[in-house]
Structure formats: structure tokens, C-alpha cells
Design a protein around this ligand. Structure first.
Ligand code: PLP
Length: 381
């Protein structure tokens, strides 16, 4: 079955016999048992729920894994994965991480005795020197947020295999429509389902997918024990969102390409970071390991003042956190997603007071460019 069809028909199980086209929302906390010691397969919604299971089955097939778990947020998913580790363990992670992951690692995981080294994983040669006897895992984002650094996933998987490290990849930015890390050697894929998968800026969700049965069993145990499973209604919203994932992402990517090229020609724009530009350092690797570049752009303007003018002047594009939805959103990484990252570290990565991040939606690209053109002109006065 092709990916586009999977997104709509990826779950074969039927959960009722009315012929309903849309999966029912099983809004129940618990399930009655047919007899002593018997179960319908469903006992309690924290553990399993048919609507959530429908979604999880689709995700499993989209990422080509053996199991997927749907969480109440991307951060709940990452927090659950961190429960695989014990005090004394060491993890190497990309140094341009989503701000929430950075905060989890450095304020919570650290308290639990787990230590981290952050490194630019786009340069594979920097990883091996950091591996110690207690290193257990690599945590990769590619492309990264907001600087769009690209890590060679097959290359990093080879390092992980050689040193018997667990390879975890946050695949939020490209989704399995454009990139399948499990096929390239990752053990675990993580998502913020809030972004492209949900796609409508209306639901918070997260996923963990794995291709290893033993790992899946461990994660299922953590899942039911820590209790951050996605609610039935939110599961249904994700099922609905995923049906249109391919056409949304195609349009978002197409729009992003046009906008990125347009931004490159504007005098007041000093740098444009978009993986789909031939000049982007990760362009060739992206072509090799992914089937698309996605819809995320970050760009640096000429001054802090211009950055503020743009954020306050946009109307169609909205100044808001988050990404991946049908509505275009612009954010100020320095204050929003990366507000908790130490200033020095942030500046060194180029996340300065002139950097803006644009999540391109599915509006008419002409309207989006007209708006950007207008705000840029207004800031001249
Ligand atoms: C948003 C995001 C997360 C966190 O997900 P939530 O659903 O907001 O909890 C994790 N990783 C990346 C790359 C994200 O963009």
C-alpha cells in the first residue's frame, strides 16, 4: 500500500459493525470483562483504547516500525523514552535541539542522574570522541530547530551500531512522509504530533515508534505505568489530520521553496536557512536520505528592530509558537522556543535577536509573499 493510502486506510481493524467510515471515538475510561480472567482486549483506557489503537496502528505502518504509542504531547513522548535510562547513563544529543527537549534533559533528566553532551551532529566526526563507557544513546534532530542543520542518519546509525548505542530520532520536522529514520537504522522515532501530523494547530500530541519488539515491550510498560496516553477525542483528531498529511506537506514544501527563494533576494534579509536551497550545507544529504525538504524556514533580518516590526506587523501570518499546521506561523526562537537556553550557547548557534522562524502553511503563496513584502516595506519608514 502506498504511503498516501496508508495515511487513510492504514488500520485494518474494524471497531464496530455499523459501516461507519470514520472510526468511533471510544470515550470510555474502562471496559467490562466478559468473564473472570477474561478481557475483550481492552481493560482501561490508560493502557489501551480502540480509537488510540487505530491511530497507533497507522503510525506504526507509516514509520515502518513494530509498534507506536500515542502520547498526550511530544514532550510526554520524550519524557517516556528517557525512562529507558538509569542513573549514571550518558547520552549524546544534537546541540540545536528543540528548546523543550533541552529543558527536559538539563532540568529533569539530569536530576535523575543522566548526563548529556551536546554536539553538532551534522559533523559526524565530532560524535565518537564523546563516547564513554557509560554512553547509552544518541538523540538526533534532523533538520534541527531552528537552524536547519542536517545530520546524516545512516552515518550516525553506523556509529550507534558500532558502539551499541540506542539511536533516537525526533522526526517532527519531516514526518515519515519525507523521512523514515527507522529504515535508516534508528531504533526509536519520536514525534510531536502537534505539528505536521495533526496539522491544524488544534491538538497537542506525541508519538514514540520503534522497530524492535523488546524495546517496544519496555516502552509499552513505561507508557501504561506513567500514564500520558493520548485521549480518545485527541486520537481521533490526529487520525483525521493524518489523512491529509501528504497533500498538506506537498503544498507546504512548495510554498516554502518559493518563499525561501524570494527571501534570498530581499535586501534586508541577511541569511535564509532552508534545507531545500542548493546553497544549504545539508542539501545533498537531505536529497539522499529524505524525499522532501519540509516547510520550515528560518531567516535573519538586518536588525532587532526589523525583527520586531515583522512580528508585530504580520496579520495573515500569525506570531505564535508551534509549526506544521495549515496556518502559517512566525516565531521568535530567541524568546519563545529557545528562551530557556543559556544566551551564550544560543548566540553561538546563530539564534540571535534578528532570527525569525517561519512555519509555512497551505495558504496561497502569493498572499504570503504579499504580506512579507508589505511588512518589510513598512519597516523602512
Ligand atoms: C514541538 C516539538 C516538540 C515538543 O512537542 P509538544 O507536542 O509541543 O510537546 C519536540 N520536538 C520538536 C522538534 C518539536 O518541534
Amino acid at each position: 500500500m502506498d504511503f498516501e493510502t496508508l495515511c487513510i486506510h492504514g488500520n485494518n481493524n474494524k471497531y464496530d459493525n455499523t459501516g461507519a467510515i470514520s472510526v468511533p471515538i471510544f470515550q470510555t475510561a474502562t471496559f467490562a470483562h466478559p468473564g473472570v480472567g477474561e478481557s475483550t482486549g481492552y481493560d482501561y483506557t490508560r493502557q489501551q483504547n480502540p480509537t488510540r489503537e487505530h491511530l497507533e496502528n497507522i503510525l506504526t505502518r507509516m514509520e515502518e516500525g513494530v509498534d507506536a504509542m500515542a502520547f498526550s504531547s511530544g514532550m510526554a513522548a520524550i519524557s517516556a523514552v528517557m525512562e529507558l535510562f538509569s542513573p549514571g547513563d550518558h547520552i549524546i544529543a544534537s546541540d540545536d535541539l528543540y528548546g523543550g527537549s533541552h529543558r527536559l534533559f538539563h532540568h529533569i533528566s539530569i536530576k535523575n542522574g543522566i548526563s548529556f553532551d551536546l554536539v553538532d551532529t551534522a559533523d559526524l566526526s565530532l560524535i565518537e570522541p564523546l563516547i564513554r563507557t557509560n554512553t547509552r544513546a544518541l538523540f538526533i534532530e534532523t533538520p534541527t530547530n531552528p537552524m536547519m542543520q542536517v545530520t546524516d542518519l545512516a552515518g550516525v546509525a553506523e556509529i550507534a551500531r558500532k558502539h551499541q548505542l540506542l539511536l533516537m530520532v525526533d522526526n517532527t520536522f519531516l514526518t515519515p512522509y519525507f523521512q523514515k529514520p527507522l529504515k535508516l537504522g534508528a531504533d526509536i522515532v519520536i514525534h510531536s504530533g502537534t505539528k505536521y501530523l495533526g496539522g491544524h494547530n488544534d491538538t497537542i500530541a506525541g508519538f514514540v515508534v520503534t522497530r524492535d519488539k523488546t524495546l517496544a515491550d519496555k516502552l509499552r510498560f513505561i507508557f501504561k505505568t506513567t500514564g500520558a496516553g493520548l485521549a480518545p477525542f485527541d486520537s481521533w483528531l490526529l487520525i483525521r489530520g493524518i489523512k491529509t498529511l501528504p497533500i498538506r506537506m506537498d503544498r507546504q514544501q512548495q510554498n516554502a521553496g518559493v518563499i525561501a527563494r524570494w527571501l534570498c533576494q530581499q535586501e534586508r534579509i541577511k541569511a535564509v536557512h532552508y534545507v531545500g536551497l542548493e546553497s544549504h550545507p545539508g542539501y545533498q544529504i537531505s536529497k539522499r536520505q529524505a524525499t522532501g525538504f519540509g516547510g520550515m524556514i528560518s531567516f535573519e533580518v538586518d536588525s532587532e528592530k526589523t525583527a520586531h516590526h515583522i512580528l508585530e506587523g504580520v496579520k495573515l501570518i500569525q506570531y505564535a509558537e508551534s509549526l506544521g499546521g495549515v496556518e502559517s506561523l512566525i516565531t521568535y526562537p530567541m524568546l519563545q522556543t529557545h528562551g530557556d537556553i543559556p544566551e551564550e550557547q544560543r548566540e553561538a548557534k546563530g539564534i540571535n535577536n534578528r532570527l525569525l522562524r517561519l512555519s509555512v502553511g497551505i495558504e496561497s503563496v502569493n498572499d504570503l509573499i504579499d504580506e512579507l513584502d508589505r511588512v518589510l516595506k513598512e519597516t523602512v519608514q
